[in-house]
Design a protein. Structure first.
Length: 316
């Protein structure tokens, strides 16, 4: 693998896409990893493969490697011979070769002789999808937040039981305060920022509780108590900190991804019906996706496979 390919984000995404398709198509219990590194039986060095499938046949462990080519030229015999040699040197049981551009007739003949499974992947149109995959739209919900103010109450001895209200503060930080600046200082040289406080609030509370989806922003204030050992940087020098009142406007807004915007694919071998897959991906949040795939000719919802990657309710 060349340095250029290692840095090619589109190529890596292509390899990960193939791994996702194979993972969703396989039986329960398989383990798919992309990329993977396997030790060569001849040299003892680790060799990288685009993806692996680990599964069991009875009580025996099986290793299947997946190698991908995202190129404009049809793949020929040379690549398949290289894959057969690599498979033998790393001790894989089988290899799947995937090409975005297809294979030459000679390569298809050689693949049968070498025991390599060929797969092709191509885009399809919405009207060509199996009706069972005809999901019109997916909604991703995004949490939003903006700081609206930070109030400071300095430390007062003998106030351990006092719970001051947001209007019982000594001053408000300027609106242009850098939210990532380490303006708070604790013992042993520790320091943190307003953003750090917001992360603590999210870890200890549910700041989006009772906020209605697609509703106007709601402003709420979190009260955080600090001991007299914590100081804050002010224009007049460091001050001992008693309370921070962090006010934020919060909302939950939708992102609509239609079937026309989704990625629609066909994944098949020579002469078989193959698989159709639809992936709805968020344009705003990296790696958020929802997928659905099935054999192209199926008429049973039992054949549908769904997958995805998105935060659960505890991830914020």
């Amino acid at each position: 693998m060349t340095a250029q390919r290692r840095n090619d984000a589109q190529w890596r995404e292509f390899e990960k896409l193939i791994a996702r398709i194979e993972a969703d198509a396989g039986p329960q219990g398989i383990v798919v990893k992309s990329p993977d590194r396997i030790r060569c039986k001849l040299t003892g060095r680790l060799r990288e493969v685009d993806a692996t499938i680990r599964t069991k046949a009875g009580t025996a462990e099986m290793l299947i490697t997946i190698e991908c080519r995202r190129r404009t030229k049809v793949q020929d015999v040379t690549w398949l011979e290289q894959l057969a040699t690599k498979r033998s040197s790393i001790g894989a049981d089988h290899t799947i070769a995937v090409s975005h551009s297809g294979f030459s007739p000679e390569a298809e003949t050689v693949a049968q002789h070498l025991g390599i499974t060929l797969r092709r992947i191509a885009d399809v149109q919405a009207e060509d999808l199996n009706p069972l995959l005809g999901l019109d739209v997916v909604i991703f919900w995004h949490k939003g937040c903006v700081c609206t103010g930070v109030g400071i109450r300095t430390y007062r001895p003998n106030e351990e039981d006092v719970r001051p209200e947001p209007d019982e503060i000594d001053y408000v930080l300027p609106s242009d305060t850098d939210l990532s600046a380490p303006i708070f200082h604790g013992e042993a040289g520790s320091s943190w920022s307003i953003n750090s406080i917001w992360r603590e609030v999210q870890n200890s509370l549910d700041p989006y509780a009772e906020i209605e989806k697609a509703a106007p922003p709601i402003t709420r204030t979190a009260r955080i108590r600090y001991p007299g050992t914590v100081t804050i940087d002010t224009l007049n020098g460091p001050a001992r900190l008693g309370f921070v009142f962090l006010s934020t406007a919060r909302w939950i807004e939708p992102e609509f991804v239609t079937i026309e915007e989704a990625r629609k694919l066909r994944y098949n071998g020579d002469g078989d019906v193959g698989i159709q897959r639809v992936e709805f991906s968020s344009a705003r949040t990296k790696d958020w996706r929802i997928s659905i795939q099935a054999p192209a000719d199926t008429m049973s919802v039992d054949d549908l496979r769904t997958g995805g990657n998105w935060p659960n309710s505890d991830d914020g």
